[in-house]
Design a protein around this ligand. Structure first.
Ligand code: SAH
Length: 212
């Protein structure tokens, strides 16, 4: 049985070889126990560079994609970030180590509850969670320095672009299902610039809160 610290070290070496060079992001990946975010039966796979199924037919993203999206956000320790799609809470936990506060929204109640329990257990006190529809965003806490959407959208939701500060960055998988590109939007005053990064695969963003 290989120790999880060794598996973690292998994973961060792999990410470095894939050009994830930020030592703060790699340290956050080493600090957050990914095995706690997935089902017990899959725990052996926690430090593989793979996406894995979680409850409600959703997925926890591949560590490389988590790292790549985090890197694209260009975070500093003063930023306030909004995440759409809490899922397991893994991405939010990584962000919470790198920035001031993370607001995160999920439409499935069981995922919301499980993620909230994990964050309490890990004592990540700068994460604020809401069961809600990401298409509405979080108007009372807006505007945000950064927004990350971790589910596929056909196009970037206007409501969320409005909730981004000037000089803000928004990252999302944009495109029709199966043909999505990680897209980076930057906002300078009223001027919006978008850039396609890499091809990705995400579960879709669905309007409304899921039925029990
Ligand atoms: N970031 C997650 C993985 C996201 S999977 C992690 O680190 O584990 C995408 C998540 O987005 C799913 O849990 C899905 O239920 C959620 N989602 C989809 N549409 C949504 C919406 N309109 N509002 C909030 N969450 C949504």
């Amino acid at each position: 049985m290989i120790e999880s610290s060794e598996k973690k070290a292998r994973l961060t070496m792999l990410l470095r070889s894939q050009a994830i060079l930020s030592s703060s992001i790699l340290s956050a990946i080493e600090a957050i126990p990914r095995e706690k975010f997935i089902d017990r039966v899959l725990r052996n796979h926690a430090y593989e560079n793979a996406s894995l199924p979680i409850a409600c037919g959703q997925t926890i993203s591949q560590p490389y994609i988590v790292a790549k999206m985090t890197e694209a956000l260009e975070l500093n320790s003063r930023h306030v970030v909004l995440e759409i799609g809490t899922g397991s809470g893994y991405q939010a936990s990584i962000l919470s180590l790198l920035t001031r506060r993370v607001y995160t929204m999920e439409r499935h109640r069981p995922l919301f509850i499980e993620a909230r329990n994990r964050m309490a257990e890990l004592k990540l006190t700068n994460i604020v969670m809401r069961l809600g529809d990401g298409f509405v965003g979080w108007p009372e806490a807006a505007p945000f320095d950064r927004i990350i959407i971790t589910c596929q959208v056909d196009k970037l939701p206007e409501t969320l672009i409005k909730q981004l500060k000037s000089d803000g960055i928004l990252i999302a998988p944009v495109g029709s299902p199966g043909k999505e590109f990680l897209t980076k939007l930057t906002k300078k005053g009223d001027v919006i610039h978008t850039e396609k990064l890499i091809s990705v695969r995400f579960v879709p963003m669905i309007p409304g809160i899921a039925d029990a």
